[in-house]
Design a protein around this ligand. Structure first.
Ligand SMILES: [Mg+2]
Length: 92
């Protein structure tokens, strides 16, 4: 699945004419944008608009998409890094 996300992210970069040196900059802005959208829909949900639940799911996936875009630039295997995070948390 992450390979597909990577390919889509590369297409997004090409669509916007972003070169490799600007890639992390675009990715970090995209992460901020998607986290902001997630916060917006969550706040609506938290205020009682239960119809936002599906939108929350979609925004969570958008966040992961953006994070994967940045991870790819840094040759970061997110699954391996998340496993390491779990091990660190378990050892505390
Ligand atoms: Mg979004």
């Amino acid at each position: 699945m992450f390979n597909t996300i990577e390919k889509l992210f590369i297409q997004l970069l090409e669509k916007h004419g972003v070169d490799r040196y600007q890639w992390p900059y675009l990715a970090v802005i995209k992460i901020q944008e998607e986290v902001g959208e997630l916060a917006q829909v969550y706040l609506k949900y938290n205020l009682g608009d239960l119809s936002q639940k599906e939108k929350i799911r979609q925004e969570l996936a958008d966040v992961i998409f953006a994070v994967q875009g940045m991870a790819r630039y840094f040759d970061c295997d997110l699954i391996r890094e998340m496993e390491a995070t779990i091990r660190r948390a378990q050892s505390k």
